[in-house]
Design a protein around this ligand. Structure first.
Ligand SMILES: Nc1ncnc2c1ncn2[C@@H]1O[C@H](COP(=O)(O)OP(=O)(O)OP(=O)(O)O)[C@@H](O)[C@H]1O
Length: 239
C-alpha cells in the first residue's frame, strides 16, 4: 500500500499549560483534497504549522512525503507549497515582481502564466502587495504556494474573504492541483467549500480528531453541516 503524503501520528502540542493538539492522528493522500474543519482554536493552524516544518512536534510524529518536516532539507521543502493565513508577503514589492521572483526560485515561469490567468492576477500586477485588497493578496499568496507545482500543498483558509467569482476560481484550481496528483490539505470554516472540493474530511475539535474519512462517509445522510455540529457541540449550546 502507498504511504500517505501527510501523516500525523499521536501528535500532542502544548503552549504553556494549554493543549492545542491532543494525540492528533490523521493522514492525507496524494491526488486527494483533504479538508480540515473545526471551531476557532481547535488546533488547525498549529497542525498546519507542524506539517509545514515551522514548529517542532513535542510528542508524536509528523511525516510529509515520508520525512519529518522539521528536519527536512531544502529540496524536500521545495516539494511542499504553503499558503499561510496571514500571507507573510513582502509589502513594498509589486505583485508581479514578487511572483516572478518566486517563479525563478521554483522554476515556475510557465506555471506563473497559467496561474495569473486562472486567478486574474494581471488586473493588479503593477500594484504593491501592501496596497492590494485582502482578497487580491490572498490570490497572490495562493499563486506563490502553487508556483513550484508542489507534491503537497497546505492552504490555510484559502478563500476566506474572497468574492464569489474568485472562490470559484480557487476551487477550480484546487481540483486541478489534485488531478495532477498533488495532496492538497485545506483548512476551512465553510461547509459549502468542503462539500464542493473535499474528497476527504477531517473534523478537529479541542485538538483531537472527531471524525475522518471520505466526504460522503463523514457527512452521512444528514449532511456535513449537521454532522459537524453534532461532533463539535459545545456544553449548553442549543445546536
Ligand atoms: N503562539 C501561541 N501561544 C499560545 N497559545 C496559542 C498559540 N497559538 C495557538 N495557541 C492556542 O492553541 C489553540 C489552537 O490554536 P490554533 O490557532 O491552532 O487553532 P485554529 O483551529 O487554527 O483556530 P482558528 O479557526 O481560529 O484559526 C488555541 O487555544 C490557541 O489559543
Amino acid at each position: 500500500m502507498k504511504s500517505p503524503a501527510v501523516a500525523f501520528d499521536q501528535v500532542t502540542h502544548r503552549y504553556g499549560d494549554r493543549t492545542a493538539l491532543d494525540a492528533l492522528t490523521f493522514t492525507a493522500d496524494a491526488g486527494r483534497v483533504t479538508c480540515v474543519l473545526g471551531p476557532n482554536g481547535a488546533g488547525k493552524t498549529t497542525a498546519m504549522e507542524l506539517a509545514e516544518g515551522l514548529k517542532r512536534p513535542q510528542q508524536g510524529t509528523v511525516s510529509v512525503l515520508g520525512r519529518s518536516p522539521w528536519r527536512s532539507p531544502d529540496d524536500h521543502r521545495a516539494a511542499v507549497g504553503v499558503m499561510l493565513q496571514d500571507g507573510g508577503l513582502p509589502g513594498a514589492v509589486r505583485a508581479e515582481r514578487f511572483l516572478r521572483h518566486v517563479a525563478r526560485l521554483t522554476d515556475g515561469h510557465q506555471r506563473l502564466d497559467e496561474l495569473a490567468d486562472h486567478l486574474d492576477l494581471q488586473s493588479f500586477w503593477g500594484t504593491s502587495v501592501r496596497r492590494l485588497s485582502g482578497g487580491q493578496r490572498q490570490r497572490v499568496a495562493l499563486a506563490a504556494a502553487l508556483l513550484g507545482s508542489p507534491a503537497v500543498a497546505f492552504l490555510d483558509e484559502p478563500t476566506a474573504g474572497l468574492d464569489p467569482h474568485a472562490r470559484l476560481d480557487v476551487w477550480d484550481l484546487v481540483r486541478a492541483e489534485r488531478d495532477r496528483g498533488c495532496a492538497v490539505v485545506v483548512t476551512t470554516h465553510s461547509f459549502e467549500e468542503a462539500e464542493r472540493i473535499a474528497d476527504e474530511i477531517v473534523v478537529i475539535a479541542g485538538g483531537r480528531v472527531r471524525a475522518a474519512g471520505p466526504l460522503a462517509e463523514v457527512a452521512g445522510t444528514g449532511g456535513l453541516e449537521a454532522r459537524y455540529f453534532e461532533l463539535t457541540r459545545r456544553k449548553g449550546a442549543t445546536r
